[in-house]
Design a protein around this ligand. Structure first.
Ligand code: ARG
Length: 411
């Protein structure tokens, strides 16, 4: 009988390494690993050798950074997608792209199964499986962490030793960390107690605000239709802009987020995030929208931003509703071009300057000097009509006839 093939989403860590050997043994299958580079700083060097030594017959390593930033992060930025008003969704945005990579490799290799190393109580299993199901309904998905016999890290390490799997000797972190160019997600260990502040060692890519430089730094960000295109007057490619802002923001302690959030699987969890570039870009983008969007569009877009964030968080990237929301968002961004200058100082990002050829801020209308063009007299009639319904309500429900009216309303 022909041996089955399984494509494994592989990071090189303990879980996915044990998975390669375990799947090979359990399913008697040929194992192909696929690793996506989403711009994480952690080196992917050695991953190929490790996968092969662990029992993979073939290894794919793909650099997806540019695609990740341009097709996932920037659309989410443009939409203003911050989950529960706080989390820029780095991990959530990465999963649908990694799922797509798994599907591509599976099709290329003629595999009928893909596997991921997500646990049974997180959001990531949902994102992987819903995305694979949408892109390739014919593929089977296995999630060994939901079904294997190991109950602790120690048991996994013992299995690894038994099977000659190289386990990195470095002292393992007490945290579970997921990193990509859009941000780092850190949970577990002491972070599980929401009464406590995170230990200093939990943070991976930002300095503590109190240790940040005593002098502010200013950065000018240029947007074109809601997409960042230049930093400090220099056109740069998308990933370079994000990398620079991660470095500069991180040095000023910007982008630390400490969040108790609602998981899709029904529990609250506490996680901390570090996302210097995403924090700065979301802030700057919103400032530009304050300048260039009219109120009804700004308001409606803010509401839909929550919908957008929820569907990204819930693993529905490949859904018709996301496409429909993107169409709306793109329409709103036709005039969201201009330059925002931000100030970074001791963990905070604040506005320093805004300019746009589409600015709706009209100095002749706003000024209190003699250049003023606003028609003050017209306000009188405006207020009369604007306030008319309220005046009527209060007149009818109070003085004299008020009692009868109130009685009628409540009966
Ligand atoms: N809570 C975040 C999300 O659902 C991140 C999950 C992964 N976190 C981690 N530390 N491995 O998107």
């Amino acid at each position: 009988m022909k041996k089955g093939k399984i494509v494994v989403a592989y990071s090189g860590g303990l879980d996915t390494s044990v998975m390669v050997a375990w799947l090979k043994e359990r399913y008697k299958a040929e194992i192909i690993t696929a690793t996506g580079n989403l711009g994480q700083e952690k080196e992917l060097k050695g991953v190929r050798e490790k996968a092969l030594r662990t029992g993979a017959s073939k290894v794919y390593i793909r650099n997806l950074t540019k695609e990740f930033v341009e097709k996932f992060c920037f659309p989410a930025l443009r939409a203003g997608a911050l989950y529960e008003h706080a989390y820029p969704l780095a991990t959530s945005l990465g999963r649908p792209l990694l799922a797509k990579m798994l599907v591509d490799v599976a099709r290329k290799e003629g595999a009928d199964t893909v596997a991921h190393g997500c646990s049974g109580k997180g959001n990531d299993q949902v994102r992987f499986e819903v995305s694979v199901g949408a892109l390739a309904p014919e593929l089977k998905v296995v999630a060994p962490l939901r079904e294997w016999e190991f109950k602790s890290r120690e048991e996994e390490i013992a299995y690894a030793a038994d099977h000659g799997i190289p386990v990195t000797a470095t002292r393992s972190s007490p945290y579970s960390i997921d990193e990509n160019i859009w941000g780092t997600s850190i949970e577990c260990g002491a972070l599980e107690d929401p009464r406590r502040m995170p230990m200093a060692d939990a943070y991976q890519r930002t300095v503590a605000p109190e240790k940040a430089p005593g002098k502010p730094e200013y950065v000018r960000i240029e947007f074109d239709n809601g997409i960042p295109v230049a930093l400090n007057g220099k056109k740069q490619d998308s990933a370079a802009i994000v990398q620079s802002l991660n470095r500069i923001g991180g040095a000023h302690g910007v982008g630390r987020i400490d969040l108790v959030e609602n998981r899709l699987v029904g529990i609250k969890s506490r996680e901390i995030y570090e996302a210097p570039a995403a924090t700065i870009l979301h802030f700057a983008h919103t400032e530009l929208e304050r300048l260039t969007l009219d109120k009804p569009v700004f308001d409606l877009k803010s509401e839909l931003a929550q919908e957008y964030a929820n569907l990204v968080y819930n693993g529905l990237w490949y859904s018709p509703v996301r496409n429909a929301l993107d169409a709306f968002v793109i329409e709103t961004q036709k005039c969201v071009s201009g330059i925002i200058k931000v100030k970074l100082y001791k963990g905070a990002v604040s506005i320093a300057s805004r300019t746009s050829p589409y600015s709706l801020y009209s100095p002749e209308l706003a000024t209190y000097t003699k250049r003023d063009q606003f028609d003050h007299r017209a306000s009188e009639g405006f207020i009369k009509i604007f306030g008319l319904p309220l005046k009527t309500v209060h007149r009818v429900r109070s003085n004299g006839s008020g009692k009868i009216a109130r009685h009628k309303i409540h009966s």
